[in-house]
Design a protein around this ligand. Structure first.
Ligand SMILES: [Zn+2]
Length: 124
């Protein structure tokens, strides 16, 4: 596949989104080089003497929500990284990972990091 202006534009958009997601992640998570993944940071650093069981339950719930958010962002980041890699490699970008057909243009426009065609969008 040739890297034309269109792909450069898409790549540009992807790197902007990548930076955005990374800065969002840095606010709520820290990257572990060991596990090569993002881990949610504790929601409250303030562990004053007044913290009781209710506070603890609240914090656990907040932490759960945050972890969920981190996983969602991380997943998006991974698809973006793999889309960028495919563009840089000059192959595989815009190709459905299930059926190896070209992904529909409108789907790719809406989500440049899509890995599957419309037919297989719920397969992975
Ligand atoms: Zn497909």
């Amino acid at each position: 596949m040739k890297l034309d202006t269109n792909y450069k534009q898409i790549r540009e958009g992807l790197s902007i989104e990548k930076e955005k997601i990374e800065s969002e992640l840095k606010d709520i998570a820290s990257y572990s080089a060991e596990t090569r993944s993002w881990e949610a940071m504790p929601t409250s650093q303030d562990d004053g003497p007044e913290s009781d069981a209710v506070d603890l339950a609240d914090r656990l719930e907040e932490y759960e929500t945050r972890s969920e958010m981190v996983r969602t962002l991380e997943k998006r980041l991974n698809s973006i990284n793999s889309a960028i890699e495919k563009i840089d490699a000059g192959k595989g970008f815009g190709i459905c990972e299930v059926c190896s057909k070209q992904i529909e243009g409108d789907r790719l426009m809406a989500n440049p990091s899509a890995k599957t065609c419309k037919e297989h969008m719920n397969n992975r």
